[in-house]
Design a binder for this molecule. Structure first.
Ligand code: PGA
Length: 253
């Protein structure tokens, strides 16, 4: 049984005060959510305060990015994964399409970040997904396969339980246009097959694959009912405690 993961990606939103306010509002609303792991990813500057204020709750905290470097050093503006551990984060989102598109992250950088994160004791939530043009050209699977193999090569069997994959079609992010549950399921099943080829069948069966892209309270149930969808990475609808809590407390439909 794969335990579902519902993760909120707060992107570059909220001050420390606003982050704490949202986190504290969320806490009682998801206190009984034992059916899934609940994760929020505030901006770096709010991480420590949010972790401290959530002490004793079932909400875990993620960074939204990390350095490719494992050790501290002369890397102005970067944050090493062990520094995320140091403030109490347990997860880190890596290779989000906004970072690939706007900050030129390549599969090689994504792979180095994934490896740095895992060796520092974090669980990496690695994002993959095709653009609309790529889907229209019929290359969606090839693109996603390239991102998967490029980002996840060189991992040992013991690393694999520290990997979560998020399938986020770029055309569905922040657009209000969700992939249909069938479209998402098809790609998730493909991702699991690619993972099995690259690693093992058992590892692929255990892999959690999240869907991301305009997940909302009213579509999460149908997505979660799909066999290979093991959770959601939520942007816009995670910024408000009540809508994110409704997503966490989904019922399959
Ligand atoms: P969205 O963002 O839910 O606002 O589409 C998802 C994401 O970028 O992770």
């Amino acid at each position: 049984m794969r335990k579902p993961v519902i993760a909120g990606n707060w992107k570059m939103y909220k001050t420390v005060g606003e982050s704490v306010q949202t986190a504290l509002a969320l806490k009682p609303l998801v206190a009984n959510a034992n059916h899934c792991e609940v994760i929020i990813a505030p901006v770096f500057t709010a991480l420590k305060t949010v972790v401290d204020r959530l002490d004793g709750s079932n909400i875990k905290v993620a960074g939204q990015n990390c350095s490719t470097e494992v050790e501290e050093g002369a890397h102005t503006g970067e944050i090493a994964p062990f520094m995320l551990r140091d403030v109490g984060a347990a997860y880190v989102i890596i290779g989000h399409s906004e970072r690939r598109q706007h900050y030129s992250e390549t599969d090689t950088m994504v792979r180095r970040k994934v490896q740095a994160a895992i060796s520092s004791g974090l669980t990496a939530i690695m994002c993959v997904g095709e653009s609309l043009g790529q889907r229209d050209q019929g290359t969606a699977e090839a693109v996603v396969k390239g991102q998967l193999t490029g980002g996840l090569s060189g991992l040992t069997a013991s690393d694999l339980d520290r990997i979560i994959v998020a399938y986020e079609p770029v055309w569905a992010i922040g657009t209000g246009r969700t992939a249909t549950p069938e479209q998402a399921q098809e790609m998730h099943a493909f991702i699991r097959r690619v993972f099995a080829e690259g690693h093992s069948r058992d590892a692929a069966q255990a892999l959690r694959i999240l869907y991301g892209g305009s997940v909302k309270p009213d579509n999460v149930g149908a997505l979660m009912a799909q066999e290979d969808i093991d959770g959601a990475l939520v942007g816009g609808a995670s910024l408000k405690a009540d809508s994110f809590a409704q997503i966490v407390n989904y019922r399959e439909s």
